[in-house]
Each structure stands twice: as structure tokens, then as C-alpha cells.
Design a protein around this ligand. Sequence first.
Ligand SMILES: Cc1cc2nc3c(=O)[nH]c(=O)nc-3n(C[C@H](O)[C@H](O)[C@H](O)COP(=O)(O)OP(=O)(O)OC[C@H]3O[C@@H](n4cnc5c(N)ncnc54)[C@H](O)[C@@H]3O)c2cc1C
Length: 486
Amino acid sequence: MSINIPDADVIIVGAGSAGLMAAISLAPLRVLLISDNLPEQGQTASHWSKGGIAAPISEEDSPQKHIEDTMIASCGFADREVVSYYVNMAPELIDYLVKLGVNFDYTSDGKIYLGREGSHSLHRVLTANRDSFGLELMRVLTKNLYNSSHITQLSGAKVISLLKEKDAVNGVRIKYAEGEKNIKSSATILATGGIGALYARTTNPSCSKGYGIAMAFEAGAKCKNLEFVQFHPTAINCELEPLPMISEALRGAGAKITNSSGQRFMSDIHEMAELAPRDIVCRAIEDQIIAGKKVYLDIRGLIEKYPSALKSCERAGINPEKEKIPITTAAHYHMGGVHIDYKTGKTSVKGLWACGEVACTGMHGANRLASNSLLEALITGRLCAKNIVSSLGKSRIKEVEKNINLSPYVSAPLPEEMEIKEIMTNNVGVYRDNNMLQQSIDKLIQVGQKTENREIYLCSLAAKLIASSALERKNSIGAHFRKDYP
Ligand SMILES: Cc1cc2nc3c(=O)[nH]c(=O)nc-3n(C[C@H](O)[C@H](O)[C@H](O)COP(=O)(O)OP(=O)(O)OC[C@H]3O[C@@H](n4cnc5c(N)ncnc54)[C@H](O)[C@@H]3O)c2cc1C
């Protein structure tokens, strides 16, 4: 079936927090916002984000302290200039979110409530409903989206290629339930999120499959730091897919990690114990599991204030008031991605911008500081929009079409997808070495060569790019740990 798609100045691929923020900020240009599902279906990492957004807004805090904590968590590998630029923009961003309508949590004396998360030296994370920040953020961004007359939303379509003419990206090819189609634009923004769903054990929604990285790479865009995949230490060890997780906010509030012998092993490993950087907590948990122990998170006595954690436990069949929660590590966040200029969101290819988790600015280095990702996603979304508005000037399009909601484009998981997930979890996980990585690359190339399915091909390409970067980096830093180069 052929569909009529209106012309747009700007195409945005992805309707998470970065894509929505870019879309809202692009007025008066005409925007076509393409996503495989509707924002209100709640299937993006942005909806699932829990703890909140970090910003140095308290009297005891300062941009300098936030910058230092980010640098330390990143193992000194973050780009200080980028970190400083974004952290200094954070207070204004928070004011803007309040203006847009975000209801942050407040203390009983009327101050903004600030939670504490791993590696933050003080309370700095703004929350909503304590551990459901993403739902509140996306409620507000979606409401603003529907109130914006310059945006046409196309849902139920997956972007499967970037179109190129001469040296510039000039649109996208979409796949939907009944067919495929090319759509042209003057500017294209990738906001496709992360790569966690390339792993069998992940906290990410199924849309996080690295399509953006693979398509940008094919179009000739530079990618950066792809080996740095952050694993989350407190995913619930259960049969659900993806794994529900317990926000770091609970460890900030006193939750303890113990092993099956009852030992609180983190205090022997790092002075911040359970609040050590995520890569350190993850390796400590993996070591316990390798030694044949089980690992638990004890949140007894804390659950009342954390409704999202309670729901996650209930889904996994656990009563967190009475029992400790069995936990495991799970792929959670990608520090690497499509390299962008941090002030404009431009990629190395003309006509193509990127924002949010698919992009790599250098903000997170080798290990992301908790709750810095939404900060970066929202700022890069706004910066892409600002740069495109100033480059394109006035809109060339007169009419804005109504939203087009195609029937949901859902591709059932194919056996090759499960194969990719197993390869990534077994060989490109918390610990890696030369043999594991080489084997995974060979297998991923085979999957890519065998398949006739475009989405599987893109997944295999994204996975192969990550494994190849991990093979190239012959040292251990942050989330990238080589057993052969410890
Ligand atoms: C469980 C969980 C908890 C988290 N908690 C926090 C937190 O407390 N604080 C924090 O700062 N960060 C947190 N994060 C990380 C943060 O949520 C993400 O980094 C951020 O939301 C990414 O936003 P995004 O807009 O880039 O991507 P997403 O929100 O994932 O949106 C991606 C969009 O792209 C669409 N898409 C993808 N590929 C295609 C395609 N080919 N065609 C069409 N559409 C496509 C998807 O459907 C989706 O609409 C958490 C992540 C998870 C998974």
C-alpha cells in the first residue's frame, strides 16, 4: 500500500526525549517526526528512565563539583570542555523544563528534592515521583509535541536507510507494515537511542538496537568510543525480558549489596562502597558470580518511597519488603555513538545531525555518571534544533499535514536476533579478551552475510562495530575491561 507523506524541512528519526526536545525546538521549520511506535506507548528508554536528571542547582553544589564528579566517573576520559559546556547549561535547562510543565519532586519545605546516585559526591539528581522521572518528562514533552503545529508525527514506520545525494544525507527510507518508501528532507536528525537490546541481558526497550549507528556508519559518518558500553549493576535476575532494574537512587538512600554468604563485599572494594562508579560495581558483581556466589540487593525498609522499584519487583515475583532481590549486571547505556560536534549536533556528514544516546559528544568518557544522560539528550536535542534553524532559515513548506499513524510496525524477534544477543552478552560484556572479541566479530559477520532481513543486517553491523572497537582498544579503562590487558 502506498502512503502519502508530506514534505518536511527536517526529518527526526526517533521519538524519545532527545527527538521530542529537538522537534519542539525546531519551530517554525516543518518537522516530520518518525518513530516505530507512538510516544504514548511508553516504549523508549526515556520513558523507562528512573532516577532523574543531574544538575548542580543546590547551594552546596557548583558546576565545578559536577564537572569533577563526571570526570572521575569517566576515568578522566571524558572531554572536559564538553562536560563543562553541558553542566553549565544544566540550570537553565531545568528552568525550561519547569516552564514546559515538568513536576519535579519537592521537599516539605518547598525546595526541589535532590536524590543521590553512584559516584556523585553530593545530592544532585532532580526526580519526579522519586523513581519515575522518565514518565513525567515524556508526559510533558508529548503534550508539548501535540500542541506544536509545525510537527507532523509519522508513527508505525521504521527508518532502514539514510538517503544520500552527492556527499550529503537528504532523507530516509522507511519500512512499514505494507511497504517501503523514500522521504526527502533538507536536514535529518538521528535520535534513535542506544544499543542495549543487542544484548540478551539488558535493561533497554526493544527499540534500542543500534540502528542509528549502523545507518550513520553506512552513510560515512564518523563513530566514536563504540567499545564503551555501560552495564547496570542492579538488574533483577529473573526470567523477564528485558530485565527490570532497581534505580541507583535506592543505593543512594541506603540499599546494600550482599552475596549469598551475607557479605557486603563492595565496602572492601571501593571507599564509596555501593555508590562506587558503575563499572567497578559491575565487575565486583561479576567476580562474585564467577566465584559461584549469588548477589542480592537489600532494599527492605526503603521501598515505600520508590513506587517504580516496587512495581519492578512485583513483576519479577519478588516481595522486596520481606526478601532480598537477586541481581545481575545488564547492558544499560552506550557512551559511544555517532560523533557529533558538541555545540551544534552536526555529524561528519553534511545534512545529518544526531542527538541523545545515539550520539557521542565525549561527555561520558569511559563510564557515564548516573543521570547525566538525560541532561545530554535534552541539551543535544535543543542544540541540533538551534543549529538547523539558523542554517535553513525560513521554511520552504506552506502546509502542515495531520499526524499519520500507521498500524504498528512490529517485527517478531527472528532467530538471528537471538543469536546476536547471545554473542554480545557472552563475548562483548563486562569482561572481554582478544579471543572472545575476534570470535564474536567472525560470527556477527556471518549473521550479516546470511540474512536477507534489513533490520537484522543493521543489528549485526552495529554489534560488529562495537566488538571491533573493543578489539582495537588494547587497554582497560572504565566500562571497557580487557582480561588480556587488565
Ligand atoms: C531502565 C532505564 C533507566 C534509566 N534511568 C536513567 C536516569 O534515571 N537518568 C538518566 O539520565 N538516564 C537514564 N537512563 C538512560 C536514558 O534513559 C537514555 O539515555 C535516554 O532516555 C535516551 O534518550 P533518546 O531520546 O536518545 O533515546 P530513546 O528514549 O530510547 O528513544 C529512541 C527512539 O528512537 C526510535 N527508533 C529507534 N530506531 C528507530 C528506527 N530505525 N526507526 C524509527 N524509530 C526508531 C525508538 O522507537 C524511540 O522512539 C535509563 C535508561 C534505562 C533503559
